[in-house]
Structures are given as structure tokens and as C-alpha cells.
Design a protein around this ligand. Structure first.
Ligand code: 13P
Length: 342
């Protein structure tokens, strides 16, 4: 069992590949579709996902896809279960299993991610539908006074409860503690909070006997708050991110896949590239598990119209190719003007 978990975790980050996070809830995806006046229905959401999943050649850059409950139960327009459609291309199907961040009683402005009740049974069912890995996202807000120690500790505890339940069911857990980039704090404050959060998370994972070689970490990058007057450079972000991870992530973890968290797609690619061009030795593979940064250009090209399907797929192929090159430290800005092949 542990050998299988480890080989799946390693496969998810091998060869410069990364993970597509396509696990927006119907509510979140509806907001994104509404913004482009695309009607959101189970079928239009399926068509949107299918555009990504059927992009020719995408398995060269994408190792796994995180789906949401609605998606993993859907069939493609040609009648194939979407999880099988991915598996047929050698892409590992994954599933978001948390039930979202809910207000944390007693600490105004903070959230606790829910979804532990009945999780063992849900994981068994998802494993049966083909899921090989899972995701649980904790969100940590930053201000002069937040996060509270309570918020950090209860979220770390829940992440560890989730992770060990996944491993019991032969599912690789992606452990995602996201320190939000909303706010006017500087990069130094982001580093301080990220360090505290990672410390608490790995302490909880250790206490609850999570097998580190059979998991992936999905953290934020260490970055300036979105409203901060001084935005740290790409090089500063890369250096601070790798320093923080080196201090707090054990070498047993095979891979770290960053979230994009609202960064522009070009900036998100530049950051992965700069992180992988740093010369210090590091024990884990550093790649991406982007949602918005991988999808945004494709969504704008598609706009819900079947005649734009190929344009959407070209945009996705191009972005995935750039991010994969960045994960190998081989990205150059000139790649942005190369024609996409998909
Ligand atoms: P973003 O890359 O859009 O932040 O999404 C990644 C993710 O999975 C958030 O939970």
C-alpha cells in the first residue's frame, strides 16, 4: 500500500508535469461562467470540463486532474465517464473531498474547512470510480492580527485527519493549506504566516501518522498581498518561497505543487520558472496545480460556444506547455509567442 501511494505521488510530479485543478464547485464555476454570460447548467459545465480533458497531447504536460463531485459522476458527450476519459490518456483522476471553508465559531473573519464526517465512505466510493488522489483546501486569511493560532491549529488538524483517511483508502492526499494573497501585507508577513502554517501542518501530519512519501503538499507561494504597495519581484518570490519551504517541509515529501491563488497566468508561470531555476539543492520536486492560471485564457477563448472549442484547447495546451517547461526550469518568455500545437 505505501509503495503504491509513493509511486502515485511521484508520478504526479514526474517529468515536469503538473496538475490541473478543475474542481470548482458548481457555485464557483457558475460565477465564472456568468461573468462571460455563459449559461451554467450541468451540461455546460460538463462541456467546459470536457474541453480541457480532450485536448490532444495534453498528457505530455498534465499528470492529473482534480475533479469535483458533479464532474466525476458525469459522462462525456460521447458517453464515457470523465474519469475514464482521463485514465485512458494516462492522466490520473483526482477528487476534491472537502465541503468548503465555513466560518469558524469564536474567531470572527476566519474559516474552518469542513467535510470529515462520512469521509471514509465517500473516499471508498471515489476510489471505486477511479480517483487515485484527492484534495482538501484550508484557507488562512492574513491581516495585522490574523491568523489566530486557533484557526491555524484546527485547520492543520483537519488536514491531517483527511490525509490519513485518504491513505487508508489507497488515495494520495494533496494537503493544501492556502495562505490567501488578499490584503495589503508585504511578502515578509506572508513568509511569517506561511512558515507558522507549514509548521503546524507538518506537526499534525506527524502526530496523526501520515505517510509523508505518499502525499503531496499544495501551498501558496510566498508573495506580496494583492493590495500591498510594494510588489515583490519574481526573483524575490522564488527565493522567499524556497527558503520557507526548505525550513518547514520534510525531505520525505516527494513533491510540492503550487496553487495560483489569483495570480495572473503569466506571473504564475514566471514564478514556477524562477523557483526551478534557483541553484540551491532541494529534496522535493516543485511543480504546479493551477486552477485559474491554467484555465482563464481557455475560458475566454471558448466563451461557451462549440465553434470556439479548438481555440479554447489551443489556449489550454499553450499554457500547460509553458507551465511544464517552467517546472523543468526551461521556460523562456519567447515561448509565449510560439504557436500552440493542439
Ligand atoms: P487556483 O490555482 O485558481 O488558486 O486554484 C487552485 C486550487 O485548487 C485552489 O484550491
Amino acid at each position: 500500500m505505501t509503495a503504491d501511494l509513493e509511486s502515485t505521488a511521484r508520478a504526479l510530479v514526474a517529468g515536469g508535469k503538473g496538475i490541473l485543478a478543475a474542481d470548482e464547485t458548481p457555485g464557483t464555476l457558475t460565477r465564472r461562467l456568468d461573468a462571460l454570460k455563459i449559461v451554467s447548467t450541468p451540461d455546460s459545465r460538463r462541456d467546459y470540463r470536457e474541453m480541457f480533458f480532450t485536448t490532444t497531447g495534453i498528457a505530455e504536460f498534465i499528470s492529473g486532474v482534480i475533479m469535483q463531485d458533479e464532474t466525476i459522476r458525469q459522462k462525456s458527450s460521447t458517453g464515457i465517464a470523465l474519469a475514464d476519459l482521463l485514465a485512458q490518456q494516462g492522466i490520473l483522476p483526482g477528487i476534491k473531498v472537502d465541503n468548503g471553508a465555513k466560518p469558524l465559531a469564536g474567531t470572527p473573519g476566519e474559516n474552518i474547512t469542513e467535510g470529515l464526517d462520512g469521509l471514509r465512505e465517500r473516499l471508498k466510493e471515489y476510489r471505486g470510480t477511479g480517483a487515485r488522489f484527492a484534495k482538501w483546501r484550508a484557507v488562512i486569511a492574513v491581516s495585522d492580527t490574523l491568523p489566530s493560532a486557533t484557526c491555524v491549529n484546527v485547520n492543520a488538524h483537519a488536514l491531517a485527519r483527511y490525509a490519513v483517511l485518504c491513505q487508508e483508502q489507497a488515495i494520495v492526499p494533496i494537503v493544501e493549506p492556502e495562505v490567501l494573497m488578499d490584503g495589503s501585507h508585504g511578502i515578509e508577513r506572508c513568509e511569517e504566516v506561511t512558515a507558522n502554517v507549514l509548521h503546524a501542518v507538518f506537526n499534525a501530519l506527524f502526530e496523526q501518522k501520515v505517510y509523508l512519501e505518499g502525499m503531496l503538499l499544495k501551498p501558496n507561494m510566498v508573495i506580496s498581498g494583492i493590495k500591498c504597495e510594494r510588489q515583490a519581484s519574481v526573483e524575490e518570490v522564488a527565493a522567499a518561497t524556497v527558503r520557507c519551504l526548505s525550513r518547514h517541509v520534510p525531505a520525505g515529501v516527494p513533491g510540492i505543487v503550487f496553487l495560483s491563488g489569483g495570480q495572473n497566468h503569466l506571473v504564475a508561470t514566471a514564478h514556477i520558472s524562477a523557483i526551478n531555476q534557483l541553484e540551491e539543492p532541494r529534496p522535493w520536486t516543485l511543480s504546479f496545480s493551477y486552477g485559474r492560471a491554467l484555465q482563464d485564457e481557455a475560458l475566454r477563448a471558448w466563451r461557451g460556444k462549440s465553434e470556439n472549442l479548438k481555440a479554447g484547447q489551443r489556449a489550454f495546451y499553450h499554457r500547460a506547455k509553458c507551465d511544464s517547461a517552467a517546472a523543468l526550469g526551461k521556460y523562456t518568455e519567447s515561448m509565449e509567442s510560439e504557436p500552440a500545437a493542439a
